[in-house]
Design a protein around this ligand. Sequence first.
Ligand SMILES: [Zn+2]
Length: 191
Amino acid sequence: MKCGKPVRCSEQEYCWDCAHKRHIYERGVSLWLHKEPVNASIYRFKYYNQRFYASFYAAEIVKSYESLIKRWAPEFILAIPLHSRRRKKRGYNQAELLASELGRLLKIPVSFKLIRRVQDTEPQKSLDSRKRQRNLEKAFAAEWLHVRPYSVLVIDDIYTTGNTIDAAAKVLKEAGVQKVYFLTISIGQGY
Ligand SMILES: [Zn+2]
């Protein structure tokens, strides 16, 4: 009911993670569990310049979640930003590619100006959960231009603990956004 992670039985509303901590975002969903062959696919999308995967992922998202996204009614689709240094090195931000493709298919405006990454965080996979959270707390800043959307949809590639989405949701809400939803390609299996 919160992060969208599959749970063991249908009576269970929240996964262990969501039952034990308060997320800042409203709700989210992912396309697939983060296991073979999905994890290898995302790895190529992210690090091996397989940018064209974005249109496949976006089409799958539309197939599964178009009506849900319409219910959330985001005024903008955003992407979790990379720090400019990292973006320059990689040449692209995979989450932006996916967001653009999704925006095009669903006819929802896409904006990459509403949040930016102000700190280049260490790779999250090398840190434990508390450190991840601390690491992310000051990573984002909201860039308030002339719009103040009520509802936004944030795109990222993988959902693990939710700390990244929560950190982004925090700055967005501080800047006046009321509802933050997320959508990722894959999600960790959890508990
Ligand atoms: Zn959950």
